[in-house]
Design a protein around this ligand. Structure first.
Ligand SMILES: Nc1ncnc2c1ncn2[C@@H]1O[C@H](COP(=O)(O)OP(=O)(O)OP(=O)(O)O)[C@@H](O)[C@H]1O
Ligand SMILES: [Mg+2]
Length: 299
């Protein structure tokens, strides 16, 4: 549905995206992950037909059409990373403006405002909106045309828990209707909840394409448990290392790197060595750690 083929975008001397080949399948929700400046927004803008590839191609629909053609743009709705609307218009007027522009039926306005959970504020001027309310309005505008392809650039960055819940409901509704969604996020929770697959960009290059299960496994490898043990003699570490070879002491804490399913055995080993567990915390792998690992693995 969205096909990037050797897509490359250069700004001056700077290569923002370097030879991206990736297909977002019809009905799929794909999360584009990556550190700041890795080329996510550039990729989404190219899919929205807002920037032209320096080389390679970005095509939409089947049969694929160049994303810059008006016919291709008609199937897309795009939420930019930074949305801004005229301050003096009300939220409802903004949605009405875009509705008229896209030729969408008038009945959709209330649905879009409700989806974005903006009903209470929709008659106030946009200039009085908070950051999260402006983002909700952006989402209302993005879902309005019910386009087959949704491109959302950090849709959840400014949302509070209620806004997030509204967004998740909206995204799940769209996925249920078979729409194709390509979105970016720095929030692992969003990505895990919504995406079928994950593409990771690092420094403009596609570093990995992972399924839910693969992402879970990759993150689990980088999980860590920290245990406060009393008393903690030297024999204890040796015993724990039989099940968790990378275990080490950091001050008074026993640090046990590895996936969550390896932790019960490490805790058993501590007790078996006569250690008393005073407290422990566990943390799953973080995205920044995964990005670093992917960079190290890159050829
Ligand atoms: N119009 C432009 N002119 C020059 N450089 C640009 C332009 N747009 C983007 N860049 C550069 O291209 C690189 C990728 O930018 P992009 O906005 O795609 O990153 P991103 O992955 O969306 O980052 P973030 O997570 O911060 O939103 C950055 O180094 C950025 O400075
Ligand atoms: Mg961006």
């Amino acid at each position: 549905m969205i096909a990037f083929d050797a897509f490359r975008k250069v700004f001056g001397l700077y290569v923002a995206v370097d030879g991206l080949t990736l297909e977002v399948r019809p009905g799929e929700t794909l999360a584009l992950l990556g550190p700041n400046g890795s080329g996510k927004t550039t990729t989404l803008k190219a899919a929205a037909g807002l920037i032209r590839p320096t080389s390679g191609s970005v095509r939409l629909g089947a049969p694929g059409r160049d994303a810059c053609l008006p016919e291709a743009r008609a199937v897309v709705s795009f939420l930019p990373q930074r949305v801004s609307f005229p301050d003096t218009l009300t939220g409802r007027e903004v949605v009405e403006f875009y509705r008229a522009l896209r030729g969408t039926a008038p009945g959709r306005i209330d649905d879009a405002l409700r989806f974005a959970s903006l009903n209470g504020a929709s008659n106030r001027p946009v200039g009085t909106y908070s950051g999260g309310m402006t983002q909700r309005l952006g989402l209302a505008v993005a879902v309005l045309p019910e386009a087959p392809v949704l491109l959302l650039d950090e849709p959840t960055a400014a949302l509070d828990p209620e806004g997030l819940a509204a967004f998740y409901a909206m995204a799940e509704h769209h996925a249920g209707e078979g729409r194709t969604v390509l979105f970016t996020s720095h929030q692992l929770g969003d990505a895990e909840r919504l995406a079928d697959r994950f593409a990771v960009l690092v420094s403009g290059r596609l570093a990995a394409v992972l399924t839910q299960g693969q992402l879970h496994n990759r993150l689990a490898e980088h999980g860590v448990m920290r245990v406060r043990v009393s008393p903690s003699g030297p024999g204890l570490l040796q015993r724990v290392r039989e099940t968790a070879p990378r275990a080490r002491f950091e001050g008074e804490e026993l640090v046990v790197p590895g996936p969550s399913d390896a932790r019960p055995a490490a805790l058993d080993a501590i007790r078996a060595a006569g250690g008393v567990i005073v407290a422990f915390t566990a943390e799953e792998g973080r995205l920044d750690v995964l990005y670093r690992a992917l960079v190290e693995e890159a050829p």
